[in-house]
Design a protein. Structure first.
Length: 186
């Protein structure tokens, strides 16, 4: 039996962090998405152990201030892209307001650290979510483009093809054939 899951990445990440820190007996306070403070001194070797355990979940402990800011930008973008409620403002305004910093400053730091633009990162996140929606739901491309806040299916298709090398329709056909093959061989 095949089961499809939908993830709430911010909630999932927060739960993993809370569980792992509690399991290890640390006193902490979560102060924002992807950010917490220890309420006690943590020895270096314990911090290294915690870092290793988080890495098992794909969670990276960030200490450099620019990297911390870039991670906050990425967190806002992931939360924004995965939200089922469309934004009523430009993504640049949303990100700047969420982080209470100028978008020019955020964009500059992001590009310096990641060697790509915030806009490109947003597109990559949207295309990844589009692929997941194609794989895991019965949504059509119009519904997907609306959920991802694209102006049209053509806009989604262009960005999808630029990032994956194929159109979303071609991707849908491949997934449909894969599902058909899997169902026939079960």
């Amino acid at each position: 039996m095949k089961v499809h899951l939908k993830y709430n990445y911010p909630q999932l990440t927060k739960k993993i962090i809370q569980d792992k820190l509690s399991e290890l007996g640390y006193k902490f306070k979560i102060i924002g998405f992807g950010e917490f403070v220890f309420l006690e001194k943590i020895p270096t070797e314990k911090m290294m152990e915690l870092t290793e355990q988080f890495q098992e979940y794909g969670i990276e402990v960030v200490e450099n201030q620019k990297s911390v800011l870039v991670q906050k930008i990425k967190d806002v973008i992931v939360e924004m892209v995965n939200s089922e409620i469309p934004l009523n403002v430009k993504s640049s305004v949303h990100i700047a307001e969420k982080l209470n910093l100028s978008y020019v400053h955020l964009s500059s730091i992001f590009s310096e650290v990641t060697y790509t633009s915030i806009e490109n990162y947003i597109i990559i996140q949207k295309i990844e979510l589009a692929k997941q929606l194609i794989i895991n739901t019965d949504m059509n491309l119009t519904e997907i483009s609306i959920q991802l806040n694209y102006s049209s299916v053509a806009h989604l298709s262009t960005q999808f093809k630029n990032n994956t090398g194929m159109t979303p329709s071609a991707f849908q056909r491949i997934i449909a054939k894969r599902k058909e093959f899997t169902n026939n061989n079960s």
